[in-house]
Design a protein around this ligand. Structure first.
Ligand SMILES: Nc1ncnc2c1ncn2[C@@H]1O[C@H](COP(=O)(O)OP(=O)(O)O)[C@@H](O)[C@H]1O
Ligand SMILES: Nc1ccn([C@@H]2O[C@H](COP(=O)(O)OP(=O)(O)O)[C@@H](O)[C@H]2O)c(=O)n1
Length: 212
């Protein structure tokens, strides 16, 4: 089974993806990390984030061993990711890696912006996670502070809104729910509640399938 999770910045996709993968015994890929890694490589080598040739090269040289680098979590890397991810050739280069991950047994959970629309349009279940922008900013700020970073909630909110706008309005693989995605608003839910709601959706889809 392939579970596709998409949604805007800091909506809880990664947390949910990880928890669902654990619940079902599947592998999990946070696809945002891929674009963050490409942006980080450019920042490290001093290239402009809009330098297409350098971005494509960084995408071709992607090393999944480095996905755990804490530097990829920062707001700067997220902002950079949103710039390089709008370059069509960069996205093209990264499609196969993601599809291969999705196809390998026993099953996979992928989260990002275009999983249900472009990467896995035939995913068994698609969930589009949303939450009020202020709630997302608050959670992301708390997360950064817990890591010891000095985060300003208003600046985090501005970053989230700017990235959402860029991600929604780019011509290639824009952020949007697939027509067959289930909407999950977790603004009023805690992590457990969000996970339970997602499992309810997945189980309802599975039950419907085995009946039909
Ligand atoms: N349902 C939820 N309730 C409360 N906090 C949540 C919930 N889902 C995620 N979080 C927290 O919000 C922050 C952003 O979640 P994350 O999974 O990193 O989002 P995304 O992958 O969409 O960027 C994290 O600190 C996470 O612990
Ligand atoms: N499948 C994906 C995943 C991320 N991205 C881009 O990468 C950026 C960072 O993604 P992320 O999921 O790590 O961001 P957060 O939601 O964790 O803040 C996003 O703003 C998108 O521009 C994308 O274009 N496609």
């Amino acid at each position: 089974m392939i579970i596709a999770i998409d949604g805007p910045a800091a909506s809880g996709k990664g947390t949910l993806g990880k928890r669902l993968a654990h619940h079902y015994g599947y592998r999990h890929l946070d696809t945002g990390v891929i674009y963050r890694a490409v942006a980080y490589a450019l920042m490290q080598s001093g290239h402009d984030l809009n330098d297409e040739a350098a971005a494509v090269q960084a995408a071709l040289e992607l090393d999944p061993e480095k996905f755990g680098n804490p530097a990829l979590k920062t707001q700067k890397a997220g902002e950079g990711a949103s710039i390089v991810s709008a370059i069509p050739r960069v996205r093209e280069v990264l499609v196969n890696f993601q599809r291969q991950f999705a196809a390998d047994p026993p099953g996979a959970v992928l989260d990002g912006r275009d999983i249900g629309t472009v990467i896995c349009p035939h995913a068994d279940v698609k969930i589009f996670v949303v939450a009020d922008p202020k709630v997302r900013a608050r959670r992301r700020t708390m997360e950064a502070r817990a890591r010891g970073e000095d985060a300003d909630e208003a600046a985090v909110l501005a970053d989230i809104l700017q990235r959402d706008e860029r991600d929604k309005n780019r011509p290639i693989a824009p952020l949007k729910p697939a027509p067959d995605a289930y909407l999950l608003d977790n603004s009023q839910l805690d992590i457990e509640g969000g996970v339970r709601a997602a499992i309810d959706i997945i189980e309802a889809v599975r039950a419907g399938r085995s009946r039909g």
